[in-house]
Design a protein. Structure first.
Length: 92
């Protein structure tokens, strides 16, 4: 819900506005949610309507180009580094 609120219930790609309770908006991960380091990082999430989300899943290179332009190269590169830096597990 926080991602949708941040985007004012509007798709960040096509700018189509949705009602607050609409199921048509998705919180889309930039770097896969399977990466624990950035799974809940708000910088790793964009708000996309179903159509834009589906389109970007079919066109991942275009998605990353769009995100990099949208957030800026420096912020994108920092997020990418956080997502792709291995953390050492501690304990037994």
């Amino acid at each position: 819900m926080a991602v949708r609120k941040r985007a004012r219930f509007t798709c960040e790609r096509c700018h189509r506005r949705h009602e607050e309770n609409s199921m048509g908006l998705h919180a889309a991960h930039i770097f896969t949610r399977s990466i624990k380091a950035t799974r809940h990082d708000m910088d790793n999430l964009v708000c996309l309507c179903y159509g834009c989300h589906a389109y970007f899943h079919r066109n991942p290179l275009e998605f990353h180009e769009w995100v990099r332009k949208k957030m800026g190269a420096e912020k994108y590169d920092a997020l990418s580094k956080r997502a792709h830096t291995l953390t050492k597990k501690t304990g037994g």
